[in-house]
Design a protein around this ligand. Structure first.
Ligand code: AP5
Ligand code: MG
Length: 193
């Protein structure tokens, strides 16, 4: 099994790169943002609660996203060669919970791949996406809050994995193909170690 975290600020390309990597390595893509947007679209109780936080660019409570990931792990473990977590974990509490969930299944995180993109580039990308796809949290005010939440609550999650020698930093700006290539080089290092 190969279990990876694709990490980085809003708009750093987590979703874009994850869809490329899942095909190459036969992994299951688990994006808490996508799972939450599914709940919002289905108007479940969880979705109705989560929407308020998402529209403001604030984090949904840890127990909600941990519960979603726990269910997804139970439902998919047999069918794939591993998982790519995208947008999760976003707090140290989520990182610890993920370690526990995986260790119950005899699994562990192999690497956290951290995409680095400047704030100006992020705002540009997400305002462009707002026009193309109309994601409701892609207004300049909400984007700025999502970046603030990333800086204040999420960026430290990288340190948690650095302490375990599992952090790989990746330049997230430039050609998408080149970024994919650099991610694959890091992943292939795990496979060969
Ligand atoms: P989430 O859906 O995870 O959003 P995010 O982290 O803000 O990131 P995005 O999905 O906007 O960006 P991305 O990094 O996937 O980049 P993408 O590939 O799309 O979370 C949304 C909300 O849900 C949160 O605010 C929170 O409320 C809640 N939530 C989710 N998870 C949670 C958790 N664990 N705990 C608590 N709350 C949680 O790329 C962005 C754009 O850039 C695209 O248009 C793409 O085409 C373009 N692009 C990509 N790469 C390049 C490139 N190299 N050059 C130019 N353009 C590029
Ligand atoms: Mg995404």
């Amino acid at each position: 099994m190969l279990n990876l975290i694709l990490f980085g600020p809003p708009g750093s390309g987590k979703g874009t790169q994850a869809s490329r990597l899942v095909e190459k390595y036969n992994l299951k893509h688990l994006s808490t943002g996508d799972l939450l947007r599914g709940e919002v679209a289905a108007q479940t109780e969880l979705g109705i609660e989560a929407k308020k936080k998402m529209d403001a660019g604030d984090l949904v409570p840890d127990e909600v996203v941990i519960g979603m990931i726990s269910n997804a792990l139970d439902n998919n473990a047999a069918s794939v060669e591993g998982f790519i977590f995208d947008g999760f974990p976003r707090t140290t509490a989520q990182a610890k919970a993920l370690d526990e969930l995986l260790s119950k299944k005899g699994l562990q995180i192999d690497k956290l791949l951290s995409l680095h993109v400047s704030e100006d580039e992020i705002v540009g990308r997400l305002l462009k996406r707002a026009k193309d796809q109309g994601r409701l949290d892609d207004t300049e005010e909400v984007i700025r809050n999502r970046m603030k939440v990333y800086r204040e609550s999420t960026s430290i999650v990288a340190d948690y994995y650095a302490d375990q020698y599992k952090l790989a930093d990746i330049q997230g700006e430039g050609e998408m193909d080149k970024i994919t290539e650099n991610l694959c080089s890091q992943i292939d290092l795990i496979a060969s170690s």
